[in-house]
Every structure is written in structure tokens, then in C-alpha cells.
Design a protein around this ligand. Structure first.
Ligand SMILES: CC(C)(COP(=O)(O)OP(=O)(O)OC[C@H]1O[C@@H](n2cnc3c(N)ncnc32)[C@H](O)[C@@H]1OP(=O)(O)O)[C@@H](O)C(=O)NCCC(=O)NCCS
Length: 320
């Protein structure tokens, strides 16, 4: 049985060796000189730092193969499209490891919010790779003829493509959080993004200030400043009730007099607390209002919870 797991630096000598074999002896890759371990480490770090998966398959106590997803192209409109690579040690081929690695890579890329996966397969004659991709739902979208020259031959690339379930929203949020500065700038972009992506009327982000025992609006997106820019901690949505669950949903808000006094909510508002895990305390809330009743689908809730999770480290940045 093979184990599929995220690659670490310790796997790199084996990964480098597997890749070098295919650089030297096959047309599966268009590299001609095998990169050394230092270069493979740089490439791995770059992939992982972008939140993309880099996996190895372990079999018989050895690293038997590796796979990763990399950005398909650098220009920003391509940011929800990834390209896969998968290489199995010659001793371990045709044992299902390629399939296991690529399946996991697809799952992880989907949950990271990517939208399409592309395979650029070196050589029309690479039946193993073409078959593997077909089995996992890729379809052939074209052949670029004679675009490579290796071993004195002209070589084609076969392009294959597979849709991923990701909507791109989590990835978009990830990009905002990674590239935005300073804190208020990030929060403003997040509020704007949430409002536009969900077509909502208004989004506000609040922080909990324990020193002054206050909940305070930091940013908002939409028409009109918040009705309650600041209110006492014990009156708002950060009391015992929300400490005990992850999401305060519309039903809770409408049913609880405390929430009504604090926010004047209707059934078209959703409030999601942001938890600080180590302290098990609420550090902030996301408040989203819509024009419509019953405006929030399961999908909206998932996105907002993901957002609350991703925003957690931003609170630690402190005000600029
Ligand atoms: C292509 C590669 C990744 C496939 O991995 P693998 O572990 O050998 O393949 P699996 O055992 O998981 O097989 C997956 C499917 O491909 C088929 N397959 C694998 N190798 C094959 C081959 N040489 N000829 C025909 N079919 C092949 C398998 O039969 C299986 O299909 P099935 O489910 O219909 O039986 C691996 O052979 C490899 O590393 N090749 C060299 C490098 C390479 O080409 N990488 C891809 C770069 S895009």
C-alpha cells in the first residue's frame, strides 16, 4: 500500500533523482540538464509558499514518486488555473501510484479553489501519461506539433484539461491576504470582495477590543456607515452564545433579543465570528447584509467561514 503525503525537504534527494532519470532518458520533460537538489528545493518551496500541493508517494519504505500543481502561467488572469506534474520511479511504475498521486492532487487543488487543471504532456507517444490523465477525467484539447527538440528529434506536446470544482473564491481571498498591506487595506479589500462576490448589500468587519470591552467596526463596504460603529462587548455578538459555535446564522440572529438590540437584524443578515484558536476567543466578526430575505446559501456560509478562518492571522498584525 502506498502512502500519499505532502513532500518535505527530506524527500528532495529522492525526488531529484527520480526527476533526473526522466530528464536524462525521456521526452516526458523538456528539460535537458537535470536540476540539482538545491534547485529542486527552490522549486518546491515556491510551490508550497503559494498554497499549492506538492506530494510524494511512499511505497516499500521509499519515495516512489512525486506530483505537484504549479501556476499554469504567470499573468494574473490565469491565477485559477494550475498545471500538474507527476513522475513515478521506474521501479514503481504501473502499480497505481501515478493515479493515487494525481487523484489527491486534484482533490487538494479543488479545495484550494482552483478552477482548471492542465496537463502538458511531453511527447504524443507518452501513452502512460495520456492514459493516466484520461482515467482521471482529463480530455485532450490539442497537440502542439514539433515544439520540442530533444535527443535529435522534434517532439510534440499533448495538451489535456480537466475542470476543477473550485470557484476560485478561496484562492482569491488567499491572494488578497497574501499581497495586501497594511491591515486596514487588507480588510477593506476583503469586505469589498465579499460584497461583490455574493452580490450583497453591505459587509462590515468588526474587531473585539477586550481592553476597552468594546466591539468596533473597522471597515465596511456598501452604502452607508454602520448603524452601530461601536458597542459594548456584553451587548453584541461576541457573548457566550457565539463562543460556543462557529457560525451565528440567520435564525439565531432573528430569534435572540440581544442580537436584535445590538444590530437591528433581519433575516437577510449573517454574522460570522472570527476565532483566535489558541485563546479560544472571538477576535472579530464579519457582518453581511443582503437586500433579499433568505439570502444566504450553504455556499455563502462556507465561503464566510473560510474567510473568517483565513482572516484570523490578520488580527495579529495589529493596527498599522
Ligand atoms: C505516466 C506515469 C506518471 C503513470 O504513473 P503510473 O504509476 O505508472 O500509472 P498507474 O499505475 O497509476 O496507471 C494509471 C493508468 O494509466 C495506465 N498506464 C500506466 N502506464 C501505462 C503505459 N505505459 N501504457 C499504457 N497505459 C499505462 C494504467 O494502466 C492505468 O490505467 P487503467 O486504470 O485503465 O489500468 C508514470 O508512468 C511516469 O512517471 N512516467 C514517466 C514520466 C511521465 O511521463 N510523467 C508525466 C509527465 S506529464
Amino acid at each position: 500500500m502506498a502512502l500519499i503525503r505532502t513532500a518535505t525537504e527530506l524527500d528532495l534527494p529522492a525526488v531529484t533523482e527520480i526527476y533526473a532519470h526522466y530528464v536524462r532518458h525521456s521526452t516526458a520533460t523538456f528539460e535537458i540538464e537535470p536540476p540539482d537538489c538545491v534547485e529542486m528545493k527552490r522549486r518546491q518551496a515556491e510551490i508550497l509558499s503559494q498554497g499549492l500541493p506538492y506530494l510524494v508517494a511512499e511505497a516499500d519504505g521509499r519515495v516512489a514518486g512525486f506530483a505537484y500543481a504549479a501556476p499554469y502561467r504567470a499573468r494574473p488572469a490565469y491565477r485559477f488555473t494550475v498545471e500538474d506534474s507527476v513522475y513515478i520511479h521506474p521501479d514503481f511504475r504501473a502499480r497505481g501510484l501515478g493515479r493515487a498521486l494525481l487523484s489527491r492532487l486534484i482533490e487538494l487543488s479543488e479545495s484550494a479553489g482552483f478552477h482548471q487543471m492542465i496537463a502538458i504532456i511531453g511527447d504524443s507517444g507518452n501513452v502512460g501519461s495520456i492514459r493516466l490523465h484520461e482515467r482521471l477525467g482529463f480530455r485532450k484539447v490539442g497537440v502542439l506539433e514539433a515544439v520540442g527538440r530533444k535527443f535529435g528529434l522534434w517532439i510534440d506536446t499533448v495538451l489535456m484539461q480537466r475542470a476543477l470544482d473550485g470557484t476560485g473564491h478561496a484562492a482569491e481571498l488567499g491572494l488578497i491576504l497574501k499581497h495586501g498591506t497594511p491591515r486596514t487595506g487588507i480588510l477593506q479589500q476583503v469586505a469589498d470582495f465579499l460584497r461583490q462576490s455574493g452580490n450583497h448589500r453591505w459587509v462590515g468587519l468588526y474587531e473585539v477590543d477586550r481592553a476597552s470591552q468594546e466591539v468596533r467596526n473597522l471597515v465596511f463596504s456598501g452604502p452607508g456607515a454602520p448603524a452601530y460603529p461601536a458597542f459594548p462587548l456584553d451587548k453584541g455578538l461576541t457573548g457566550q452564545a457565539i463562543r460556543q459555535r462557529r457560525t451565528v446564522n440567520i435564525g439565531d440572529v432573528a430569534a435572540h433579543p440581544l442580537y436584535l438590540t445590538a444590530f437591528g437584524t433581519t433575516r437577510s443578515e449573517i454574522i460570522v465570528p472570527i476565532f483566535d484558536d489558541p485563546r479560544n476567543a472571538v477576535v472579530g466578526t464579519i457582518d453581511v447584509e443582503s437586500e433579499k430575505l433568505h439570502a444566504f446559501s450553504d455556499w455563502d456560509q462556507v465561503l464566510l467561514e473560510d474567510c473568517a478562518e483565513m482572516l484570523r492571522p490578520v488580527w495579529n498584525l495589529g493596527p498599522e
